[in-house]
Design a protein around this ligand. Structure first.
Ligand code: AMP
Ligand code: MG
Length: 348
């Protein structure tokens, strides 16, 4: 072989090798990237599949969650929510668009549920100290005293100015029942913007599924056993391609006194932890903000009222688990729920 022929053969070989490697990269498909952080008072896990810079995309998502937390946390001193609360009865407070949107949505659910969902529950949450180091059962007089401040109709929104005003001094709001849903929706929006097709976002039981699994199968989302001691286990599975699955329950945050369980979801009509016969609820909806608000609402309402409400809402489904381990579902979930634990009995 002449010298120039050898060089040509070498160039062709290198070219062919390049084509072959490219082909391999293409068949290997997008890679999985994961991130776990503690934010919004819970463990957040994001799993994405992408051929692009996975870690950068995850960092963007995490930054957004932290931004939302800094605006909506009731314990961060200069958050929008803290400023709204410390100006109750004094003056309207200008807030970020985020906070305004979430409060607006929260008030819509307060209307829909006739005040069962009510973000002005904060004075009651604080009184019971559920999220503090020293929770306690207050006296009836203390509860009645704080219940006076619970009324969502005393939250005044100014759309043009983006201000929020609590009419009565002593009032306070808490977005704990809805902010995670908003944050999960925002993460999903960012991931889509970055071209991510398949992803699973889990923010402490607030799950958003995107695009099904990379193999084309739906995501399988576990419904947690509300009475599992220690390790997490599921009692049922919901299959979703795109959408959100959010659970609420008396197992998430509670304390016990004299053998009785006092949990973190309150009935605004009594000032006591909701006592509607449920251990847990799960709501399936296109958007996580709706699923979050509704899982809390259905939990307070109980099986009958709760599922009746959900059946009226287009594209939204729910299940409710009673103390006697029966699972009730809304109409749209009939025949779709996969129960994996024989102790739990699916109702027709
Ligand atoms: P979730 O885990 O989404 O059901 O939300 C529970 C949290 O929402 C609690 O920790 C309280 O901060 C707040 N909350 C409790 N009861 C209510 C209620 N009836 N309406 C709105 N928010 C509530
Ligand atoms: Mg909720």
């Amino acid at each position: 072989m002449k010298r120039y022929q050898r060089i040509r053969a070498l160039i062709i070989a290198i070219f062919l090798l390049g084509v072959a490697l490219q082909g391999c990269a293409r068949t290997a498909g997008p890679q999985e990237y994961r991130k776990d952080i503690f934010a919004l008072n819970t463990w957040v896990n994001i799993r994405i599949y992408t051929g692009k810079e996975g870690p950068d995309i995850l960092d963007k998502a995490i930054k957004r969650i932290e931004e939302i937390e800094n605006r909506m946390s009731v314990t961060i001193q200069d958050s929008d929510v803290s400023r709204i609360n410390s100006n109750a009865g004094k003056q309207p407070v200008k807030v970020h668009d985020d906070t305004f949107e979430v409060i607006k949505k929260a008030l819509e659910y307060a209307e829909i549920s006739n005040g069962v969902f009510d973000i002005t529950i904060y004075p009651i949450v604080k009184l019971w100290g559920i999220t503090s180091e020293h929770p306690r059962v207050p006296t009836e007089a203390e509860i009645q005293d704080k219940l006076r401040f619970v009324d969502y109709r005393n939250v005044v929104l100014n759309e043009a100015e983006k201000t929020v005003y609590l009419k009565e001094p002593g009032m306070g709001i808490d977005l704990g029942a809805i902010a995670k849903g908003y944050a999960a929706d925002e993460v999903a929006r960012i991931l889509k913007e970055e071209g991510v097709v398949h992803a699973l976002i889990n923010m402490g039981g607030n799950v958003v599924a995107m695009g099904g699994k990379p193999n084309g199968q739906p995501w399988r989302i576990g419904v947690q056993d509300p009475r599992a001691e220690g390790a997490r286990r599921h009692i049922a599975i919901i299959e979703v391609m795109d959408g959100s699955v959010v659970s609420s329950g008396d197992y998430e945050r509670y304390f016990e006194e004299a053998g009785k369980r006092y949990h973190h979801i309150f009935d605004p009509s009594t000032g006591y932890p909701a006592n509607s016969g449920l251990m847990a609820t799960t709501v399936v909806a296109p958007n996580s903000i709706d699923a979050d608000a509704l899982s809390t609402t259905v939990f307070v309402m109980g099986v009958e009222r709760g599922l009746e409400l959900v059946d009226k809402l287009e594209g939204i489904d729910a299940l409710a688990i009673t103390f006697d381990k029966k699972i009730y579902t809304s109409k749209g979930l009939k025949g779709k729920l996969i129960v994996t634990d024989k102790e739990y009995e699916l109702q027709p």
